[in-house]
Design a protein around this ligand. Sequence first.
Ligand code: DQA
Length: 137
Amino acid sequence: MKFLFINGVNLNMTGTREKSVYGERSLEEINSEISAYFKNDECTFFQSNIEGEICSAIQRGNGYDGVILNAGAFTHYSIAIRDAISSIDTPVIEVHMSNVHAREDFRHTSVLSAVCRGVVLGFGKNSYILAAESFKL
Ligand code: DQA
């Protein structure tokens, strides 16, 4: 299968920011572990801190079997990203490494969930793997 993994704002700081929340592995290390897990599949990775670049990456999702999206803080307010998800036929799964429902109230709201196939959160880097694995069920 062909998967597109998209990470949004501040996810490039994974491994150095808030280690107790997001762990010690860098995004590059996490992406390598995902590639190793899905060694018989095609995994493409994209990260940006810029909202419009995330929208453009989602728009490129049409050639894939599934998009796995951790939009970071954009999750909680970006109508532009929500509309980008709605504009493609490929299913998008929203993921979060942390359990956002056990954190601050402003993280309890996602403007993306309603237009995603599903949501996986709270399993660290395995949130990405569980989300992509669901496309094989
Ligand atoms: C996050 C949760 C968001 O609330 C936060 O802004 C992030 C990371 C997660 O993976 O747990 O940057 O999406």
